[in-house]
Design a binder for this molecule. Sequence first.
Ligand code: SF4
Ligand SMILES: [Zn+2]
Ligand SMILES: [Zn+2]
Length: 287
Amino acid sequence: MKCEKCNAKAVIEMPALCNKHFTSYFEGKAKKTIKEFGLLEKKDRVCVATSGGKDSLTLLYLLKKFGYDAEALAVDEGILGYRDQTLEFLKDFCEKNKIPLRIFSYEEETGKRLDSTVEPGKPACSTCGTLRRHLLNKHSKGYDKIATGHNLDDESQAVLMNLFKAQKKLFSRQGPKTKKMRGFTQKIKPFYFLKEKEIMVYAYLKGLNVSFAECPFARLSYRSQVREALNEYESRNPGTKENIVRKYLSIRPASHQDVRSCTGCGSPCSGDFCKACRIKAGFALES
Ligand code: SF4
Ligand SMILES: [Zn+2]
Ligand SMILES: [Zn+2]
């Protein structure tokens, strides 16, 4: 297959582009998202929520390449044979590129590893996601933004998941940038319009040493069912994922949240205790 711009050998299809033109397409799309949605200013101090996987490591690489003052923040959930492995890739990358890295673990925060709290064969993503958001927010004070590697696949899945489960609050909070709210570091997603496959190809072309390990809990999640169905639909109707997020942005409802402070940890929340404190209390009772 030939590049549609210069006739050289294409490294990717739809659009069919060679190495040089794909690189400028990819970087141009990320830059456009940053500019169009006002994700970052050059003076911003940004921390990238990284795991060592392809999305977050590629994002860290790209933000440094674009000249941003980016540092890495990682969360170790305590998933044996998975997170310990991806964190090695991350440490290696940060060391080689002289990027400051801080790692925080569930075990330090709650006294337990994630894999010790989940029964075999049971889903873990809801607990895991709550604790990760809590730790990222807690340890990103002092930064202007937290950047995450969420891509078009993740975001189109999230729109459908929140719709299917009628998660009204979550549904209104998606998009390339979260709103400014007291107690929350603003989250940004420069890869919002880039496909997972495109990130994979870019990481490969740039020679990034990223981990492709998959979390053992991932296949049990509701997300994995939605991912499968959406991939199938996209292959029959190319452009579906982008259509979903673009339509979503055009109808996104305003989010109104009554922000209070958690009685346990002081984090912002909508009730007396935040969800992370309720999970920690549950873990303490079990031990
Ligand atoms: S797949 Fe689920 S359990 Fe595994 S790291 Fe992601 S959110 Fe956590
Ligand atoms: Zn070309
Ligand atoms: Zn709390």
